[in-house]
Every structure is written in structure tokens, then in C-alpha cells.
Design a protein around this ligand. Structure first.
Ligand SMILES: [Cu+2]
Length: 118
């Protein structure tokens, strides 16, 4: 049983590396506009963003893979975004909001991020 689990994991890791080989994104974080999180290589970049209350965070999907951003506590969410699309959420209440992409949370993808509203 243990052997089967390990071999499945190896296949998963191998598949994940194949996916990343097809990606050509080179994100220079200095190029990301203020209050913006890009989605590339199945990640939120930056993974933590800090804003003042009343401000808006924009997520922009740079890859040909559907992503979204959904609060772990479901207090807010974006719609799905295809390549080149962006969606915004305005945060009126201070707090630390953990979120994830509902399409990429399984088996090690861990597409998660945090919005800190001060
Ligand atoms: Cu995703």
C-alpha cells in the first residue's frame, strides 16, 4: 500500500514538472503594478499583499489555465479568469484574509495567498 502511494506521488511530481516545463513566465515582481496580484506558474505573485482599507486588489491571470481567488472563509471571491483576464475586490474591513484558487488546491499545487488589510 505504501509503495503504491509513493509511486502515485512520483507520477504526480513528474506531471507537475511537465506542466512547469511548458510555462515560459518570467515574472519580475518589480514589474507588477501596485495592488495587483498576478497568477502565473499556478501561483499568486506576490503571495502576500498588504493594502489600506478601502483599497482594491486586482488579480490578473497571465497563463492559459483558469484561476480564481476565493477567501478561505468565503467572505469574498472573484469569478474565474482565463488568460489575460483580471478581476478586482475592494476591501473595506481591516483584517488578514487567506485565500486560494478553487481549481488548484489539491495534491501539492497549494495555490494560496493572503491579503492583509490595514
Ligand atoms: Cu488556479
Amino acid at each position: 500500500m505504501k509503495t503504491i502511494f509513493i509511486s502515485n506521488l512520483a507520477i504526480l511530481l513528474w506531471s507537475a514538472s511537465l506542466f512547469s516545463c511548458t510555462s515560459t513566465h518570467k515574472i519580475n515582481t518589480a514589474d507588477i503594478p501596485a495592488n495587483t496580484v498576478v497568477m502565473a506558474d499556478t501561483k499568486f505573485i506576490p503571495s502576500t499583499i498588504t493594502i489600506s482599507k478601502g483599497m482594491t486588489v486586482t488579480w490578473k491571470n497571465l497563463e492559459d489555465r483558469t484561476h480564481n481567488a476565493v477567501a478561505d472563509d468565503k467572505s469574498w471571491k472573484t469569478d474565474d479568469m482565463g488568460i489575460g483576464e483580471s478581476k478586482s475586490v475592494t476591501f473595506d474591513k481591516p483584517g488578514t484574509y487567506s485565500y486560494h484558487c478553487t481549481h488548484h488546491t489539491m495534491m501539492g499545487f497549494g495555490m494560496t495567498g493572503t491579503v492583509i488589510v490595514e
